[in-house]
Design a protein around this ligand. Structure first.
Ligand code: ZN
Length: 171
């Protein structure tokens, strides 16, 4: 396993659409998922899409366990949302690729998912609460969408200005 650099907005690679994993989940995909998980834990974050480390594949890792709970990694290959509720809920989101910016995003409160897990088995699952928020946020990454893209234009531009300024200071 290895910790990989996380891309930060406005990196153009974050705007690309990720490609499905064709065929079975291989050891190479599992190595990528292991790296993603280690990178996410190190950051630390609760979810990471492959494109955030520059791999344009439809793969996501997540761990929603609390600080004092045992680790509970989840892996999603080619996730699809097969149903979403009409009910929407706002939640204050952040993103490892949009550091230090937090804002409310409204999304369907409940979704039903289909994906392949670490072992390549197809799973169908209901997601509520933080799980529903997180999977929808991560699946946006697969389409090249960041949570700030859901904000008003003014808020998004302010966020991007902050990120560019932070980057200029680092350089
Ligand atoms: Zn994100």
């Amino acid at each position: 396993m290895a910790i990989r650099p996380i891309l930060v907005a406005p990196d153009a690679r974050l705007k690309q659409k990720s490609k499905p994993v064709e065929g079975a989940v291989t050891d190479e995909h599992r190595r990528l998922m292991d790296d993603m998980l280690e990178t996410m834990y190190d950051a630390p974050g609760i979810g990471l899409a492959a494109i955030q480390i520059g791999e344009p594949l439809r793969i996501i890792v997540m761990d929603l366990a609390g600080k004092d709970e045992p680790k509970a990694p989840r892996y999603f290959v080619n996730p699809e949302i097969v149903w979403k509720s009409d009910e929407v809920k706002p939640y204050e989101e952040g993103c490892l690729s949009v550091p230090d910016i937090y804002d409310d995003v409204e999304r369907p409160a409940h979704v039903k998912l289909r994906y392949m897990n670490y072992n390549g088995e197809t799973v169908e699952e209901d997601a509520h609460d933080l799980y529903a928020v997180c999977i929808q946020h991560e699946m946006d990454h697969l389409e090249g969408v960041l949570f700030i893209d859901h904000l008003s234009r003014l808020k998004r531009e302010t966020a991007l200005r902050k990120l560019k300024k932070a980057r200029a200071l680092e350089a």
